[in-house]
Every structure is written in C-alpha cells, then in structure tokens.
Ligand binder design. Structure first.
Ligand SMILES: [Ca+2]
Ligand SMILES: [Ca+2]
Ligand SMILES: [Zn+2]
Length: 315
C-alpha cells in the first residue's frame, strides 16, 4: 500500500471515529513555548506552521555530545570489522509493544486500535527499503496523570517505562502520551541500551498517530522519526554545516546533504549549507528532519546502512 493510500485510509478512520475522539480533539497541546532540548540549540518561540495549521512542534531526543558520538562510531567500526559491508545478511522482524497512556480519568490520550494499526502500516511503509519490518506484539492501556504528561528525563518517564517495558534489545516499545513542552516525542539510541535497558524505546504524542489532532504532524511520521532515532539515526541537521570533509561529522550519513538548522513546513528548494563543500539541497523530505508529515517521505541508502550497522553493534 502506498503512503498516499494509507493516508486516505487514515482520513476514513478519523471520520469514522470523530465522535469517539471528540474529547481527544479538545486536548490538543496548546501553543506554549517550543523548546528544543538539544545541546546548543536556541529556544524557539511557538509560531504558526508554514501552512498556518498550528504551532511548530519538535523532537525532544537529545543529540549525543561529540565525545559520545565519536565513541559510538569507534565501537561500531570495531564490531563491523567482522562483517565489513555493514549490511545485515537477513531481514529482521521487530516485535512492537504499544503502551497507550491516558489521563487518570481515562478521557485524555485516547488512541483507537485503528490508529495503532495505521501507525504500524506507516512504519512498515517508511522502513520498506530497509532490513527491518515491524509486527504488533501487544497493546497496553494505562490511566495515570503523571505518566500522561511525562517528558524526557523525568521520574515519571522512568516509572512509566520501568513498569511497562517488554522484551529485550530487539523489541520496540512505543509509549503514547501528552508530554507537552512543544514536543512531538523522543527516543533512545541503540548505544544507550546496554547501560539503560529499561529506558529503551520511543515516546510519541498521542495525537500524532495517524488520524490524530496534531496536524500537520498527524500522519504517523513522528513515529517514523522517533523509530529512526531508535535505529541509530540522528537529525539531518545535527552538526549544521560544520566539518563537511571530516568523515563522521554531522549526522554520520554521507548521502544526506548537510543543513544548518531544522526545516519546518515543506520549504522546497531550501539550501542552508551552500558552496562547493555542501552540494545538494537540504534533505527536507527526509524523515529525520522536522518538516510536516506530508513533506517527509524517505530515508536514504546511507541511513539504511547506518541502521544495519547500529543494529549489528548494539541490538
Ligand atoms: Ca549527512
Ligand atoms: Ca547544500
Ligand atoms: Zn528527533
């Protein structure tokens, strides 16, 4: 099924559940100040999205500091000396547990089974060119106000994940809640699994699931983006335009053009790192940028290779 077809299906789901989700729609996150949590990145006040549909929301996944990122690359290189191509030789089916967190009275954070199934379809289409596919292994529902509003690196996050996480390093746990803070979600990297296995997984804004109310981020690609991090991918704008000749700079992926800052909306033709050292337009269609769900539609071959390498090294 094509991405367009899935979205058409999702719109049908949304229409069919419009009454059931009326409470959910009222719980759309407000236009509070948007704060990028990555190091050295400026705070950004909320402003209208490029298409006027609402505030710009961002990902709360923290960039690794340079020393940690370099250590990850060194470790991965050592592991891959055993399989130099870096590619997996067989496909992997990743079991997925979805943990839906509601407000204490059950009215907030409602996600339908149709939305979860649509999210799985979005993931499988997005990763169709990779070595990975996803199969739903279980769904839990929990009413808990603290977990419902849990943000990254909080006691509530730790308690939620400790109570709910399933499986080992190869199992994807997705939590949906209403984290606030202008965030769409956050994820852990493969490299953090060994030291913090219970924290492993992704958290996504419940209204970002397909058919949710977080337009223009409601076609399921917050899930795609955060699972991209979980597979070991960094933001396409990580490192900006710095050190283009240094192998391993930026997002550590050679076939995603460097970009100075996150792109919002769908700014076709954007080119923020220019000159001979920075060929190519900004990768605004890449799932690891911040553009609208309707704009992002691809991973690169280099990102697929990085997923394989990170999986081999850490999962
Ligand atoms: Ca790159
Ligand atoms: Ca460029
Ligand atoms: Zn991110």
């Amino acid at each position: 099924m094509t991405k367009r077809a899935i979205r058409y299906l999702v719109l049908g789901v949304a229409a069919a559940t419009a009454i059931a989700t009326s409470v959910t729609l009222a719980a759309t996150p407000d236009a509070a100040a948007v704060v990028e949590q990555g190091q050295g990145q400026a705070q950004r006040s909320a402003q209208g999205n490029a298409n006027g549909q609402g505030p710009q929301l961002v990902c709360g996944t923290r960039d690794l500091d340079d020393a940690t990122a370099d250590a990850v690359e060194d470790y991965t290189r050592r592991i891959l000396q055993k399989s130099p191509s870096g590619f997996l030789t067989s496909s992997r089916v990743i079991p997925v547990f979805v943990h839906v967190i509601h407000s204490a009275n059950g009215s907030g954070g409602v996600v339908t089974s149709q939305q979860i199934n649509a999210q799985m379809s979005v993931l499988n289409e997005a990763f169709a060119g990779s070595s990975f596919s996803f199969t739903l292994a279980g769904v839990t529902n929990t009413n808990n106000d603290a977990w419902y509003t849990a943000g990254p690196n909080t006691n509530a996050e730790r308690q939620m994940k400790t109570a709910l996480r399933q499986g080992g390093s190869n199992t994807l746990n997705i939590y949906s809640n209403n984290m606030g803070g202008g965030l769409l979600g956050w994820a852990t990297f493969p490299s953090s699994y060994a030291s913090k296995p219970l924290m492993d997984g992704v958290v996504i804004l419940y209204s970002s699931l397909p058919g949710g109310s977080a337009a223009p981020y409601n076609q399921g690609d917050t899930g795609t983006h955060e699972v991209g991090h979980w597979m070991g991918l960094y933001h396409t704008f990580q490192g900006g335009c710095a050190n283009p000749k240094k192998n391993g700079s930026g997002d550590f992926v050679s076939d995603t053009a460097a970009e100075r800052s996150p792109a919002f909306g769908c700014p076709v033709g954007r080119d923020t790192c220019t000159g001979a050292r920075f060929p190519g337009l900004d990768p605004i269609e890449n799932f690891m940028d911040y553009t609208d769900d309707s704009c992002m539609d691809r991973f690169s071959a280099g990102q697929y290779a990085r997923m394989d390498a990170q999986w081999t090294a850490y999962r």
